[in-house]
Design a protein around this ligand. Structure first.
Ligand SMILES: NC(=O)c1ccc[n+]([C@@H]2O[C@H](COP(=O)([O-])OP(=O)(O)OC[C@H]3O[C@@H](n4cnc5c(N)ncnc54)[C@H](OP(=O)(O)O)[C@@H]3O)[C@@H](O)[C@H]2O)c1
Length: 526
Protein backbone atom coordinates (compact mmCIF):
# COMPACT_ATOMS: atom_id res chain seq x y z
CA UNK A 1 0.00 0.00 0.00
CA UNK A 2 1.15 3.53 -0.60
CA UNK A 3 1.96 5.74 2.33
CA UNK A 4 -0.93 8.16 2.20
CA UNK A 5 -1.23 11.44 4.03
CA UNK A 6 -4.38 12.99 5.37
CA UNK A 7 -6.87 15.37 3.84
CA UNK A 8 -5.59 18.74 4.94
CA UNK A 9 -2.14 18.54 3.35
CA UNK A 10 -1.82 21.14 0.65
CA UNK A 11 0.16 19.44 -2.04
CA UNK A 12 -0.53 21.23 -5.26
CA UNK A 13 -0.01 24.91 -4.80
CA UNK A 14 -1.06 25.78 -8.32
CA UNK A 15 -3.95 28.26 -7.93
CA UNK A 16 -5.24 27.47 -11.43
CA UNK A 17 -6.29 23.97 -10.42
CA UNK A 18 -9.58 23.41 -8.66
CA UNK A 19 -8.83 22.69 -5.04
CA UNK A 20 -10.90 19.80 -3.73
CA UNK A 21 -10.52 17.86 -0.55
CA UNK A 22 -9.18 14.37 -0.83
CA UNK A 23 -8.79 11.69 1.79
CA UNK A 24 -5.47 10.36 0.59
CA UNK A 25 -2.60 11.66 -1.37
CA UNK A 26 -0.45 9.64 -3.69
CA UNK A 27 3.28 9.32 -3.19
CA UNK A 28 5.44 11.18 -5.70
CA UNK A 29 5.79 9.07 -8.84
CA UNK A 30 6.76 8.89 -12.49
CA UNK A 31 4.26 7.28 -14.82
CA UNK A 32 5.81 5.61 -17.84
CA UNK A 33 3.27 5.07 -20.61
CA UNK A 34 4.51 2.38 -22.96
CA UNK A 35 2.75 2.91 -26.31
CA UNK A 36 2.32 6.66 -25.83
CA UNK A 37 1.81 7.30 -29.52
CA UNK A 38 -1.26 5.06 -29.49
CA UNK A 39 -4.98 5.56 -29.49
CA UNK A 40 -5.60 4.75 -25.82
CA UNK A 41 -3.05 7.31 -24.59
CA UNK A 42 -4.59 10.06 -26.71
CA UNK A 43 -8.22 9.24 -26.00
CA UNK A 44 -8.16 8.16 -22.38
CA UNK A 45 -4.88 8.16 -20.46
CA UNK A 46 -3.62 11.69 -20.98
CA UNK A 47 -7.09 13.25 -20.57
CA UNK A 48 -7.49 11.27 -17.33
CA UNK A 49 -4.12 12.44 -15.98
CA UNK A 50 -4.88 16.04 -16.90
CA UNK A 51 -8.32 15.78 -15.22
CA UNK A 52 -6.67 14.48 -12.04
CA UNK A 53 -4.24 17.38 -12.17
CA UNK A 54 -7.10 19.85 -12.64
CA UNK A 55 -8.85 18.39 -9.60
CA UNK A 56 -5.69 18.68 -7.53
CA UNK A 57 -5.48 14.91 -7.10
CA UNK A 58 -1.91 14.46 -8.31
CA UNK A 59 0.93 14.91 -5.85
CA UNK A 60 3.10 18.00 -6.21
CA UNK A 61 5.98 15.85 -7.43
CA UNK A 62 5.17 13.78 -10.48
CA UNK A 63 6.34 13.24 -14.04
CA UNK A 64 4.86 11.44 -17.04
CA UNK A 65 7.13 9.80 -19.58
CA UNK A 66 5.66 8.61 -22.89
CA UNK A 67 7.45 5.85 -24.81
CA UNK A 68 6.98 4.49 -28.31
CA UNK A 69 9.14 4.13 -31.41
CA UNK A 70 8.00 7.20 -33.35
CA UNK A 71 10.65 9.92 -33.03
CA UNK A 72 9.27 13.02 -31.31
CA UNK A 73 10.65 15.76 -29.09
CA UNK A 74 9.13 16.52 -25.68
CA UNK A 75 7.58 19.63 -27.18
CA UNK A 76 6.02 17.72 -30.11
CA UNK A 77 4.60 15.18 -27.68
CA UNK A 78 3.10 17.94 -25.53
CA UNK A 79 1.45 19.51 -28.57
CA UNK A 80 0.11 16.13 -29.72
CA UNK A 81 -1.33 15.43 -26.28
CA UNK A 82 -2.85 18.90 -26.01
CA UNK A 83 -4.54 18.48 -29.40
CA UNK A 84 -5.83 15.02 -28.38
CA UNK A 85 -7.18 16.40 -25.14
CA UNK A 86 -9.16 19.07 -26.97
CA UNK A 87 -10.39 16.51 -29.51
CA UNK A 88 -11.35 13.60 -27.26
CA UNK A 89 -12.11 15.03 -23.83
CA UNK A 90 -15.05 17.30 -24.59
CA UNK A 91 -16.39 16.88 -21.04
CA UNK A 92 -13.24 18.44 -19.58
CA UNK A 93 -12.82 22.15 -19.22
CA UNK A 94 -9.59 23.04 -21.01
CA UNK A 95 -7.65 25.69 -19.12
CA UNK A 96 -4.56 26.92 -20.90
CA UNK A 97 -2.84 28.02 -17.70
CA UNK A 98 -3.36 24.67 -15.99
CA UNK A 99 -2.34 22.78 -19.11
CA UNK A 100 0.90 24.77 -19.47
CA UNK A 101 1.86 23.89 -15.91
CA UNK A 102 0.81 20.25 -16.27
CA UNK A 103 2.69 19.94 -19.57
CA UNK A 104 5.97 20.87 -17.86
CA UNK A 105 5.86 17.39 -16.31
CA UNK A 106 5.28 15.64 -19.65
CA UNK A 107 8.21 13.99 -21.42
CA UNK A 108 8.72 11.68 -24.36
CA UNK A 109 11.35 9.20 -25.39
CA UNK A 110 11.56 7.25 -28.61
CA UNK A 111 12.20 3.67 -27.51
CA UNK A 112 11.64 0.19 -28.92
CA UNK A 113 10.60 -2.17 -26.15
CA UNK A 114 12.05 -5.05 -28.16
CA UNK A 115 15.61 -3.58 -27.92
CA UNK A 116 17.39 -4.01 -24.59
CA UNK A 117 19.76 -1.07 -25.21
CA UNK A 118 16.74 1.28 -25.24
CA UNK A 119 16.03 0.37 -21.61
CA UNK A 120 19.33 2.04 -20.64
CA UNK A 121 18.08 5.28 -22.14
CA UNK A 122 14.81 4.89 -20.23
CA UNK A 123 16.77 4.33 -16.99
CA UNK A 124 18.81 7.50 -17.53
CA UNK A 125 15.68 9.50 -18.30
CA UNK A 126 13.90 8.24 -15.17
CA UNK A 127 16.98 9.14 -13.08
CA UNK A 128 16.87 12.61 -14.58
CA UNK A 129 13.13 12.97 -13.80
CA UNK A 130 13.71 11.73 -10.27
CA UNK A 131 16.11 14.62 -9.67
CA UNK A 132 14.16 17.24 -11.58
CA UNK A 133 10.62 16.36 -10.38
CA UNK A 134 11.30 14.64 -7.07
CA UNK A 135 9.60 11.39 -8.10
CA UNK A 136 11.61 9.52 -5.42
CA UNK A 137 12.14 6.58 -7.78
CA UNK A 138 8.51 5.39 -7.60
CA UNK A 139 7.56 4.25 -11.08
CA UNK A 140 4.24 3.17 -12.58
CA UNK A 141 4.66 1.35 -15.89
CA UNK A 142 1.49 1.44 -17.98
CA UNK A 143 1.56 -1.20 -20.73
CA UNK A 144 -0.56 0.28 -23.50
CA UNK A 145 0.82 -1.60 -26.48
CA UNK A 146 -0.24 -4.72 -28.36
CA UNK A 147 -0.37 -7.61 -25.83
CA UNK A 148 2.47 -9.42 -27.68
CA UNK A 149 4.82 -6.76 -26.25
CA UNK A 150 3.77 -7.25 -22.60
CA UNK A 151 6.16 -10.10 -21.76
CA UNK A 152 9.20 -8.66 -23.62
CA UNK A 153 8.61 -5.30 -21.91
CA UNK A 154 8.38 -6.84 -18.44
CA UNK A 155 11.54 -8.87 -19.05
CA UNK A 156 13.30 -5.77 -20.43
CA UNK A 157 12.33 -3.69 -17.40
CA UNK A 158 13.53 -6.43 -15.05
CA UNK A 159 16.85 -6.88 -16.89
CA UNK A 160 17.45 -3.11 -16.74
CA UNK A 161 16.77 -3.11 -12.98
CA UNK A 162 13.77 -0.82 -13.47
CA UNK A 163 11.29 -3.30 -12.01
CA UNK A 164 11.60 -5.69 -9.12
CA UNK A 165 9.51 -7.33 -6.42
CA UNK A 166 8.92 -5.22 -3.35
CA UNK A 167 7.02 -5.52 -0.10
CA UNK A 168 3.66 -3.73 0.35
CA UNK A 169 5.10 -0.79 2.32
CA UNK A 170 8.50 -0.65 0.70
CA UNK A 171 9.71 2.44 -1.16
CA UNK A 172 10.68 3.22 -3.82
CA UNK A 173 8.11 1.03 -5.53
CA UNK A 174 7.57 -0.06 -9.10
CA UNK A 175 3.99 -0.88 -10.15
CA UNK A 176 2.66 -2.17 -13.42
CA UNK A 177 -0.68 -1.52 -15.11
CA UNK A 178 -1.64 -4.08 -17.73
CA UNK A 179 -4.29 -3.31 -20.33
CA UNK A 180 -6.75 -5.93 -21.46
CA UNK A 181 -6.77 -8.37 -23.18
CA UNK A 182 -5.09 -10.36 -20.47
CA UNK A 183 -4.21 -13.45 -22.51
CA UNK A 184 -6.48 -15.09 -25.07
CA UNK A 185 -7.28 -18.24 -23.09
CA UNK A 186 -6.47 -19.76 -19.72
CA UNK A 187 -3.07 -21.13 -20.79
CA UNK A 188 -1.83 -17.85 -22.29
CA UNK A 189 -3.16 -15.88 -19.33
CA UNK A 190 -1.28 -18.17 -16.94
CA UNK A 191 1.84 -17.74 -19.10
CA UNK A 192 1.57 -13.96 -18.90
CA UNK A 193 1.05 -14.17 -15.17
CA UNK A 194 4.14 -16.28 -14.80
CA UNK A 195 6.18 -13.62 -16.62
CA UNK A 196 4.67 -10.88 -14.47
CA UNK A 197 5.21 -12.71 -11.20
CA UNK A 198 8.88 -13.33 -12.00
CA UNK A 199 9.32 -9.58 -11.63
CA UNK A 200 6.39 -8.24 -9.60
CA UNK A 201 4.49 -9.33 -6.51
CA UNK A 202 0.71 -9.46 -7.00
CA UNK A 203 0.15 -6.25 -4.99
CA UNK A 204 2.25 -4.38 -7.57
CA UNK A 205 0.10 -5.56 -10.50
CA UNK A 206 -2.94 -3.61 -11.73
CA UNK A 207 -4.92 -5.40 -14.45
CA UNK A 208 -7.27 -2.83 -15.91
CA UNK A 209 -10.89 -3.59 -16.59
CA UNK A 210 -12.14 -0.07 -17.23
CA UNK A 211 -15.75 -1.12 -16.50
CA UNK A 212 -14.80 -1.30 -12.86
CA UNK A 213 -13.85 2.38 -12.89
CA UNK A 214 -17.34 3.49 -13.95
CA UNK A 215 -19.39 5.26 -11.29
CA UNK A 216 -22.50 3.12 -11.69
CA UNK A 217 -20.50 -0.09 -11.52
CA UNK A 218 -18.99 1.03 -8.21
CA UNK A 219 -22.44 2.07 -7.13
CA UNK A 220 -23.65 -1.55 -7.36
CA UNK A 221 -21.72 -2.27 -4.15
CA UNK A 222 -23.13 0.84 -2.46
CA UNK A 223 -26.67 0.09 -3.60
CA UNK A 224 -26.47 -3.46 -2.33
CA UNK A 225 -24.51 -3.05 0.87
CA UNK A 226 -25.16 0.51 2.11
CA UNK A 227 -28.95 0.16 1.92
CA UNK A 228 -30.93 -2.12 4.14
CA UNK A 229 -33.86 -2.64 1.79
CA UNK A 230 -32.34 -4.44 -1.20
CA UNK A 231 -30.17 -7.14 0.31
CA UNK A 232 -33.01 -9.09 2.00
CA UNK A 233 -34.59 -9.42 -1.46
CA UNK A 234 -31.34 -10.16 -3.29
CA UNK A 235 -31.68 -13.93 -3.64
CA UNK A 236 -33.53 -16.84 -5.26
CA UNK A 237 -36.61 -16.29 -3.10
CA UNK A 238 -37.44 -12.91 -4.61
CA UNK A 239 -35.43 -12.63 -7.81
CA UNK A 240 -36.77 -14.35 -10.87
CA UNK A 241 -33.82 -13.80 -13.16
CA UNK A 242 -31.11 -11.29 -14.06
CA UNK A 243 -30.44 -9.80 -17.49
CA UNK A 244 -27.22 -8.05 -18.35
CA UNK A 245 -27.01 -6.32 -21.72
CA UNK A 246 -24.15 -4.58 -23.43
CA UNK A 247 -25.36 -3.33 -26.80
CA UNK A 248 -23.42 -1.15 -29.22
CA UNK A 249 -24.57 0.39 -32.47
CA UNK A 250 -20.93 0.71 -33.50
CA UNK A 251 -19.36 -1.92 -35.70
CA UNK A 252 -15.77 -3.03 -35.57
CA UNK A 253 -14.57 0.41 -36.85
CA UNK A 254 -10.84 0.31 -37.67
CA UNK A 255 -10.05 -2.43 -35.15
CA UNK A 256 -10.49 -5.29 -37.64
CA UNK A 257 -7.18 -7.11 -37.04
CA UNK A 258 -7.59 -6.94 -33.23
CA UNK A 259 -11.24 -8.03 -33.34
CA UNK A 260 -10.57 -10.90 -35.76
CA UNK A 261 -8.27 -12.41 -33.12
CA UNK A 262 -10.50 -11.57 -30.21
CA UNK A 263 -14.25 -11.69 -31.00
CA UNK A 264 -17.01 -10.69 -28.65
CA UNK A 265 -16.55 -13.50 -26.13
CA UNK A 266 -12.93 -12.57 -25.39
CA UNK A 267 -13.38 -8.82 -25.89
CA UNK A 268 -16.44 -8.34 -23.67
CA UNK A 269 -17.75 -11.41 -21.91
CA UNK A 270 -14.62 -12.88 -20.33
CA UNK A 271 -13.82 -9.60 -18.63
CA UNK A 272 -16.41 -6.77 -18.46
CA UNK A 273 -19.56 -8.88 -18.41
CA UNK A 274 -18.26 -11.40 -15.89
CA UNK A 275 -17.14 -8.49 -13.70
CA UNK A 276 -20.74 -7.28 -13.69
CA UNK A 277 -22.01 -10.79 -12.91
CA UNK A 278 -19.62 -10.98 -9.97
CA UNK A 279 -20.73 -7.60 -8.57
CA UNK A 280 -24.39 -8.55 -8.77
CA UNK A 281 -23.82 -12.05 -7.45
CA UNK A 282 -21.15 -11.63 -4.75
CA UNK A 283 -21.69 -11.96 -1.01
CA UNK A 284 -21.06 -8.87 1.15
CA UNK A 285 -17.33 -8.55 1.80
CA UNK A 286 -16.29 -8.65 5.45
CA UNK A 287 -14.73 -5.16 5.13
CA UNK A 288 -13.83 -2.56 2.56
CA UNK A 289 -10.32 -3.93 2.49
CA UNK A 290 -9.48 -4.44 -1.17
CA UNK A 291 -8.61 -8.11 -0.79
CA UNK A 292 -11.91 -8.80 1.00
CA UNK A 293 -13.88 -7.45 -1.97
CA UNK A 294 -11.77 -9.27 -4.51
CA UNK A 295 -12.10 -12.51 -2.49
CA UNK A 296 -15.89 -12.34 -2.75
CA UNK A 297 -15.81 -11.61 -6.45
CA UNK A 298 -13.65 -14.63 -7.13
CA UNK A 299 -15.79 -16.83 -4.90
CA UNK A 300 -18.95 -16.12 -6.84
CA UNK A 301 -17.25 -16.67 -10.20
CA UNK A 302 -16.06 -20.03 -8.92
CA UNK A 303 -19.73 -20.93 -8.41
CA UNK A 304 -20.60 -20.36 -12.08
CA UNK A 305 -21.97 -23.61 -13.43
CA UNK A 306 -19.39 -25.05 -15.79
CA UNK A 307 -20.60 -25.23 -19.39
CA UNK A 308 -19.40 -28.51 -20.88
CA UNK A 309 -17.83 -28.28 -24.33
CA UNK A 310 -20.38 -30.78 -25.62
CA UNK A 311 -23.34 -28.75 -24.34
CA UNK A 312 -22.28 -25.24 -25.32
CA UNK A 313 -25.18 -24.72 -27.72
CA UNK A 314 -27.70 -25.24 -24.92
CA UNK A 315 -26.39 -22.23 -23.04
CA UNK A 316 -24.55 -20.04 -25.52
CA UNK A 317 -25.48 -18.32 -28.79
CA UNK A 318 -23.01 -16.58 -31.03
CA UNK A 319 -23.76 -14.23 -33.89
CA UNK A 320 -22.18 -12.07 -36.53
CA UNK A 321 -23.80 -9.02 -38.10
CA UNK A 322 -24.63 -8.76 -41.76
CA UNK A 323 -25.46 -5.59 -43.64
CA UNK A 324 -28.31 -3.47 -42.30
CA UNK A 325 -29.39 -0.02 -41.23
CA UNK A 326 -28.25 1.92 -38.17
CA UNK A 327 -29.78 5.31 -37.38
CA UNK A 328 -31.23 5.45 -40.88
CA UNK A 329 -27.86 4.79 -42.55
CA UNK A 330 -26.97 1.64 -44.47
CA UNK A 331 -23.97 -0.19 -43.02
CA UNK A 332 -21.95 -3.13 -44.33
CA UNK A 333 -21.77 -6.55 -42.73
CA UNK A 334 -18.84 -7.60 -40.53
CA UNK A 335 -17.23 -9.64 -43.31
CA UNK A 336 -17.15 -6.56 -45.53
CA UNK A 337 -15.46 -4.37 -42.91
CA UNK A 338 -11.95 -3.01 -43.41
CA UNK A 339 -9.19 -5.57 -42.68
CA UNK A 340 -11.65 -8.37 -41.88
CA UNK A 341 -11.61 -11.72 -43.68
CA UNK A 342 -14.58 -12.12 -46.10
CA UNK A 343 -14.97 -15.66 -44.66
CA UNK A 344 -14.52 -14.63 -41.04
CA UNK A 345 -16.17 -16.77 -38.37
CA UNK A 346 -15.48 -14.22 -35.63
CA UNK A 347 -18.51 -13.58 -33.45
CA UNK A 348 -19.71 -10.01 -32.97
CA UNK A 349 -22.54 -11.09 -30.64
CA UNK A 350 -22.78 -13.52 -27.78
CA UNK A 351 -25.58 -14.45 -25.40
CA UNK A 352 -25.05 -16.80 -22.47
CA UNK A 353 -27.42 -18.35 -19.97
CA UNK A 354 -25.52 -18.91 -16.74
CA UNK A 355 -26.28 -20.17 -13.28
CA UNK A 356 -24.51 -19.43 -10.03
CA UNK A 357 -24.62 -22.66 -8.08
CA UNK A 358 -24.71 -21.48 -4.49
CA UNK A 359 -27.27 -20.99 -1.73
CA UNK A 360 -28.20 -17.42 -2.71
CA UNK A 361 -28.71 -17.97 -6.42
CA UNK A 362 -29.96 -21.55 -6.71
CA UNK A 363 -31.99 -21.88 -9.90
CA UNK A 364 -31.88 -18.16 -10.85
CA UNK A 365 -30.74 -17.75 -14.46
CA UNK A 366 -28.42 -14.90 -15.42
CA UNK A 367 -28.87 -14.00 -19.09
CA UNK A 368 -25.94 -12.05 -20.42
CA UNK A 369 -25.67 -10.64 -23.95
CA UNK A 370 -23.22 -8.40 -25.71
CA UNK A 371 -23.03 -7.38 -29.33
CA UNK A 372 -22.00 -4.90 -31.98
CA UNK A 373 -24.22 -3.21 -34.55
CA UNK A 374 -27.33 -3.70 -32.43
CA UNK A 375 -30.36 -1.43 -32.46
CA UNK A 376 -29.22 0.83 -29.62
CA UNK A 377 -26.12 1.61 -27.55
CA UNK A 378 -26.86 0.71 -23.97
CA UNK A 379 -25.34 -1.22 -21.07
CA UNK A 380 -27.58 -2.21 -18.20
CA UNK A 381 -28.19 -4.76 -15.50
CA UNK A 382 -31.85 -5.64 -14.90
CA UNK A 383 -32.89 -7.51 -11.78
CA UNK A 384 -36.31 -8.94 -12.42
CA UNK A 385 -38.22 -9.75 -9.25
CA UNK A 386 -40.78 -12.50 -8.86
CA UNK A 387 -44.42 -11.46 -9.24
CA UNK A 388 -46.60 -10.88 -6.17
CA UNK A 389 -47.51 -14.31 -4.73
CA UNK A 390 -51.23 -13.72 -4.94
CA UNK A 391 -52.57 -11.95 -8.04
CA UNK A 392 -55.23 -9.79 -6.43
CA UNK A 393 -55.32 -7.46 -9.44
CA UNK A 394 -55.12 -10.12 -12.12
CA UNK A 395 -58.27 -8.88 -13.88
CA UNK A 396 -56.79 -5.42 -14.26
CA UNK A 397 -53.18 -6.30 -14.80
CA UNK A 398 -53.72 -9.10 -17.28
CA UNK A 399 -50.50 -10.25 -18.97
CA UNK A 400 -48.66 -7.24 -17.47
CA UNK A 401 -48.87 -8.91 -14.11
CA UNK A 402 -46.43 -11.50 -15.37
CA UNK A 403 -43.83 -8.86 -16.09
CA UNK A 404 -43.47 -7.32 -12.67
CA UNK A 405 -41.03 -5.21 -10.68
CA UNK A 406 -37.53 -4.74 -11.88
CA UNK A 407 -34.55 -2.79 -10.74
CA UNK A 408 -32.41 -1.52 -13.59
CA UNK A 409 -28.88 -0.30 -13.15
CA UNK A 410 -27.94 1.61 -16.28
CA UNK A 411 -24.23 1.77 -16.82
CA UNK A 412 -24.09 3.70 -20.09
CA UNK A 413 -25.19 6.10 -21.40
CA UNK A 414 -26.98 8.20 -18.73
CA UNK A 415 -25.70 6.33 -15.70
CA UNK A 416 -28.49 5.77 -13.23
CA UNK A 417 -30.88 3.42 -11.47
CA UNK A 418 -34.60 2.90 -11.91
CA UNK A 419 -37.17 0.81 -10.11
CA UNK A 420 -40.34 -0.24 -11.88
CA UNK A 421 -43.49 -0.74 -9.85
CA UNK A 422 -47.26 -0.73 -10.23
CA UNK A 423 -49.35 2.29 -9.24
CA UNK A 424 -53.00 3.17 -9.34
CA UNK A 425 -53.87 5.53 -12.13
CA UNK A 426 -55.79 8.58 -10.83
CA UNK A 427 -59.54 8.42 -11.44
CA UNK A 428 -62.61 6.46 -10.51
CA UNK A 429 -61.74 3.37 -12.51
CA UNK A 430 -59.44 0.87 -10.93
CA UNK A 431 -56.58 1.04 -13.40
CA UNK A 432 -52.98 0.17 -12.76
CA UNK A 433 -49.95 1.59 -14.50
CA UNK A 434 -46.31 0.56 -14.29
CA UNK A 435 -44.05 3.48 -13.49
CA UNK A 436 -40.33 3.97 -13.09
CA UNK A 437 -38.77 5.65 -10.11
CA UNK A 438 -35.65 7.09 -11.69
CA UNK A 439 -32.34 8.28 -10.42
CA UNK A 440 -29.86 9.75 -12.93
CA UNK A 441 -26.34 10.54 -11.85
CA UNK A 442 -26.07 13.67 -13.97
CA UNK A 443 -29.33 15.20 -12.74
CA UNK A 444 -28.96 14.15 -9.09
CA UNK A 445 -25.46 15.41 -8.45
CA UNK A 446 -25.06 18.04 -11.14
CA UNK A 447 -21.36 17.37 -11.32
CA UNK A 448 -19.29 15.65 -13.96
CA UNK A 449 -18.62 11.99 -13.17
CA UNK A 450 -14.93 11.17 -13.36
CA UNK A 451 -13.98 8.93 -16.25
CA UNK A 452 -13.23 5.29 -15.49
CA UNK A 453 -9.55 5.86 -16.29
CA UNK A 454 -9.35 8.81 -13.90
CA UNK A 455 -10.59 6.65 -11.07
CA UNK A 456 -8.39 3.69 -11.92
CA UNK A 457 -5.19 5.67 -12.47
CA UNK A 458 -5.80 7.48 -9.22
CA UNK A 459 -6.33 4.22 -7.33
CA UNK A 460 -3.11 2.82 -8.75
CA UNK A 461 -1.23 5.93 -7.61
CA UNK A 462 -2.66 5.35 -4.12
CA UNK A 463 -1.73 1.67 -4.22
CA UNK A 464 -5.34 0.49 -4.02
CA UNK A 465 -6.01 -2.46 -6.34
CA UNK A 466 -9.68 -3.04 -5.30
CA UNK A 467 -11.02 -2.09 -8.71
CA UNK A 468 -8.46 -4.12 -10.64
CA UNK A 469 -8.73 -7.77 -11.58
CA UNK A 470 -6.72 -10.16 -9.44
CA UNK A 471 -4.90 -13.06 -11.03
CA UNK A 472 -7.27 -15.76 -9.69
CA UNK A 473 -10.27 -13.78 -10.94
CA UNK A 474 -8.83 -13.64 -14.45
CA UNK A 475 -8.06 -17.36 -14.36
CA UNK A 476 -11.52 -18.37 -13.19
CA UNK A 477 -13.08 -16.23 -15.94
CA UNK A 478 -10.95 -17.89 -18.60
CA UNK A 479 -11.79 -21.32 -17.17
CA UNK A 480 -15.50 -20.50 -17.68
CA UNK A 481 -14.97 -19.26 -21.24
CA UNK A 482 -12.42 -21.82 -22.49
CA UNK A 483 -14.88 -24.71 -23.21
CA UNK A 484 -17.02 -22.31 -25.26
CA UNK A 485 -14.00 -21.29 -27.32
CA UNK A 486 -13.01 -24.94 -27.77
CA UNK A 487 -16.48 -25.94 -28.92
CA UNK A 488 -16.65 -23.07 -31.42
CA UNK A 489 -13.20 -23.89 -32.79
CA UNK A 490 -14.39 -27.46 -33.49
CA UNK A 491 -17.58 -26.25 -35.15
CA UNK A 492 -15.58 -23.84 -37.31
CA UNK A 493 -13.38 -26.70 -38.50
CA UNK A 494 -16.48 -28.68 -39.49
CA UNK A 495 -17.85 -25.60 -41.29
CA UNK A 496 -20.96 -25.79 -39.16
CA UNK A 497 -21.41 -22.11 -38.56
CA UNK A 498 -23.71 -20.03 -40.73
CA UNK A 499 -22.68 -16.38 -40.49
CA UNK A 500 -23.93 -13.68 -40.77
CA UNK A 501 -26.99 -14.52 -38.70
CA UNK A 502 -28.30 -11.11 -37.68
CA UNK A 503 -28.93 -7.88 -39.46
CA UNK A 504 -27.10 -4.74 -38.37
CA UNK A 505 -29.58 -2.58 -36.46
CA UNK A 506 -31.51 -5.55 -35.03
CA UNK A 507 -31.31 -7.07 -31.55
CA UNK A 508 -29.14 -10.02 -32.56
CA UNK A 509 -29.78 -13.53 -33.85
CA UNK A 510 -33.14 -15.23 -33.40
CA UNK A 511 -31.39 -18.03 -31.50
CA UNK A 512 -30.69 -15.54 -28.69
CA UNK A 513 -34.44 -15.00 -28.32
CA UNK A 514 -34.92 -18.76 -28.28
CA UNK A 515 -32.21 -19.14 -25.62
CA UNK A 516 -34.11 -16.96 -23.19
CA UNK A 517 -37.55 -17.91 -24.54
CA UNK A 518 -37.00 -21.60 -23.73
CA UNK A 519 -37.10 -20.68 -20.04
CA UNK A 520 -40.30 -18.64 -20.36
CA UNK A 521 -38.65 -15.21 -20.30
CA UNK A 522 -37.85 -12.68 -22.99
CA UNK A 523 -35.14 -10.05 -23.42
CA UNK A 524 -36.10 -6.65 -22.21
CA UNK A 525 -37.22 -4.26 -24.93
CA UNK A 526 -34.72 -1.45 -24.60
N1 LIG B 1 -7.92 2.14 -27.64
C1 LIG B 1 -8.77 1.82 -26.71
O1 LIG B 1 -9.79 2.51 -26.49
C2 LIG B 1 -8.54 0.59 -25.86
C3 LIG B 1 -9.55 0.18 -24.98
C4 LIG B 1 -9.32 -0.92 -24.16
C5 LIG B 1 -8.11 -1.58 -24.22
N2 LIG B 1 -7.14 -1.18 -25.10
C6 LIG B 1 -5.86 -1.91 -25.09
O2 LIG B 1 -4.80 -0.99 -24.85
C7 LIG B 1 -3.62 -1.36 -25.57
C8 LIG B 1 -3.23 -0.21 -26.46
O3 LIG B 1 -4.28 0.08 -27.36
P1 LIG B 1 -4.19 1.23 -28.45
O4 LIG B 1 -5.53 1.29 -29.06
O5 LIG B 1 -3.61 2.47 -27.88
O6 LIG B 1 -3.16 0.59 -29.49
P2 LIG B 1 -2.35 1.36 -30.61
O7 LIG B 1 -3.08 2.56 -31.08
O8 LIG B 1 -1.93 0.35 -31.62
O9 LIG B 1 -1.06 1.90 -29.82
C9 LIG B 1 0.00 1.12 -29.42
C10 LIG B 1 1.27 1.93 -29.57
O10 LIG B 1 2.37 1.09 -29.22
C11 LIG B 1 3.52 1.58 -29.88
N3 LIG B 1 4.44 0.47 -30.13
C12 LIG B 1 4.30 -0.56 -30.98
N4 LIG B 1 5.38 -1.35 -30.96
C13 LIG B 1 6.23 -0.80 -30.06
C14 LIG B 1 7.53 -1.15 -29.60
N5 LIG B 1 8.19 -2.24 -30.06
N6 LIG B 1 8.11 -0.38 -28.67
C15 LIG B 1 7.46 0.73 -28.18
N7 LIG B 1 6.24 1.10 -28.60
C16 LIG B 1 5.63 0.34 -29.52
C17 LIG B 1 3.02 2.14 -31.21
O11 LIG B 1 3.64 3.40 -31.45
P3 LIG B 1 4.94 3.45 -32.38
O12 LIG B 1 4.54 2.94 -33.72
O13 LIG B 1 5.31 4.89 -32.34
O14 LIG B 1 5.95 2.58 -31.72
C18 LIG B 1 1.52 2.34 -31.02
O15 LIG B 1 1.12 3.66 -31.24
C19 LIG B 1 -4.01 -2.63 -26.34
O16 LIG B 1 -3.60 -3.74 -25.60
C20 LIG B 1 -5.53 -2.56 -26.41
O17 LIG B 1 -6.09 -3.84 -26.52
C21 LIG B 1 -7.34 -0.11 -25.90
Amino acid sequence: MSQSVATQDVVNEDPSVQGIQVEHRADPFAMVIVGAHGDLTKRKLLPALYALYQQNLLPKDFAILGLSRTPMSDQEFRVLMCDSLKKFASDLKFEQDAWDKFAKSLYYLSADMGKQQDYDTITSKLDELKDKHGTEGNNIFYLSTAPSLYTPTIKGLAAAGLAKKCKPNEAPWPRIIVEKPFGHDLTSSEGLDEAIHETFNEHQVYRIDHYLGKETVQNIMVLRFANGIFEPLWNYKYIDHVQITNAETLGVEDRGPYYEESGCLRDMLQNHMLQLVSLVGMEPPISMDHEATRDEKVKVLRCLRHIEKENVNESVVRGQYGAGTIDGKKVVGYRQENRVSPESNTETFVAVKMFIDNWRWAGVPFFVRSGKRLAKSITEIAIQFRPAPHRLFRDILGADGLNPNNLVIQIQPDEGISLKFATKQPGQANQIRWLNMDFKYGAAFGVRSPSAYERLLYDCMLGDPSLFARTDQVDVSWAFVDPILASWAEENKKNKIKFPNYEAGSWGPKEADDLIGSTGFSWRRL
